[in-house]
Each structure stands twice: as C-alpha cells, then as structure tokens.
Ligand binder design. Structure first.
Ligand code: TZP
Ligand code: MG
Length: 229
C-alpha cells in the first residue's frame, strides 16, 4: 500500500542503458540514491522483457520499501501488480489513467506525463496523483520528446491547474534537470498559489559516478528556501 503522504521532492527515474548507467549496478545505484536523498523512484526500462521487469522491480522494492519510499513502474500496470509496488507512471500512449486506477485501486500512486495544458487538466480531472510536467529542457536521455516547454511552459500549467481548481494534484518537472538548474526550476516555476512539488531526474543521478552524493546535492539544493542567487 502507498504511504499516505508522498514526498515528491527528488524523484528518481531509472535508466538501465549503458549510455547512462555505464557498468554500474542498477539496484546499487538506486540504493545509493535513496540513501542520498531521493524520495520516490520510478523504474523505467524500455528494453527488458516482462519477466525481467518483474524480477528487477522486486529487487528495487527491497531497497525502497524498507526506506519508506514509493516505487512506481513506468508504462506497465501488469508489472506493478505482479511486483506488488506502490504505483505506475503512464504516458499519453500507455494504458489510460482510469483503467490503471481500476486495476490498481484507490491507494495506488498513479502519475501521468503532461506535455501541455490540455494533457495536464485531463489527467488532473481523471484523478492522477501527480503530473510529470515536461519536457522542460532538451535531453539526450529521451530523444523522441514532444515539445520542449521550458520553465515558462511549466509555470503556465501550474497557474492553470490552480485557476481551474486542481491545486491538489502534485507536480514534478522533468527533462534536462541537474544540479545546475534544479533550484532555479523549483522556484522559477512557482506561482503564489501553486508550486512544484519536486523535480524528476534521470541522468543527473543515474549517470553519476557517485549517485549518493548526486542525490544528496540535489536534495540540498531544492530544499533550501529562496532566494537562490
Ligand atoms: N520524460 C520527459 S524527459 C525524460 C523523460 C523520461 C528524460 C529526462 O532525463 P534527464 O536525464 O533527467 O534529462
Ligand atoms: Mg510511457
């Protein structure tokens, strides 16, 4: 079952490809990141078969669960069910949110990718727990991204979510976020009514030689109050 209060502040999205993970061990990297300050983890793996996905998800869950950190699976509701993890993250081309909710139940954490205002509002209306808003900046990690929306795009979505009565849906920004811009993104995107709940990163942690330190550094940067100069 999902924890009742979820901390979205430092959202780690995994990547098992050699270009990002190198020869490091996925489970060891996630463990280091969780110890360093990652607060929620999404297992994202576009290449492994279903049996491998379930097996690795279970291994990751043995790291996240004792730490009280939710583990979500990218794209695959079946894998989330089989591994008994806390939720899923679905994109616009994946199983729709309402079906995912029916399958996983009310306590599951379900996140949706929102590239624009329309997608954000629809997901909020349909009961998403959080939105992954982006792509903020172009990133080699996900080359076939739709439009790059920048901080202005994120800000516009946050403003409209609030204006249309969806201030309760949680939000993280994703795409090209690293230690050099995380703090600015957190505070630049904030409207007085609706702030980002966190940042989601792949390479800033997964590609680091020291994922523990990378997560610690990011957590420190985003949790420090403004001013950010
Ligand atoms: N969705 C939008 S951008 C992205 C995903 C999964 C990849 C982000 O990777 P990075 O390395 O944090 O830029
Ligand atoms: Mg997807």
């Amino acid at each position: 079952m999902a924890p009742s209060v979820v901390d979205y502040s430092l959202y780690l999205v995994t990547d098992s490809t050699p270009a990002i993970l190198g020869d490091k061990d996925l489970v060891a990297v996630v463990k280091a990141a969780v110890e360093g300050g990652a607060t929620i983890v999404q297992y994202r793996d576009k290449n492994s078969d279903t049996a491998e996905l379930v097996q690795v998800a279970k291994q990751l869950h043995q790291v996240t669960k004792p730490a009280g950190i939710p583990l979500l699976i990218n794209d695959r509701v079946d894998v989330a069910l089989a591994a008994g993890v806390e939720g899923v993250h679905v994109g616009q081309d994946d199983l729709d949110l309402k079906t995912a909710r029916n399958l996983l139940g009310p306590d599951a954490i379900i996140g949706v990718t929102a590239n624009n205002l329309e997608e954000a509002l629809e997901a909020a209306r349909d009961g998403a727990d959080y939105l992954g808003i982006g792509t903020v900046y172009a990133t080699p990690t996900k080359e076939n991204t739709k439009s790059i929306i920048g901080t202005a795009g994120v800000q516009q979505i946050l403003n409209e979510l609030d204006a249309q009565g969806h201030s309760d849906v949680k939000t993280v920004a994703i795409g090209g976020i690293n230690a050099g811009n995380a703090r600015r993104i957190m505070y630049q995107c904030a409207s007085p009514q609706k702030q980002l709940d966190g940042v989601a990163v792949v390479s800033a942690i997964m590609a680091s030689d020291d994922p523990n330190q990378a997560a610690h550094n990011l957590q420190d940067l985003i949790s420090r109050p403004p001013p950010f100069a």
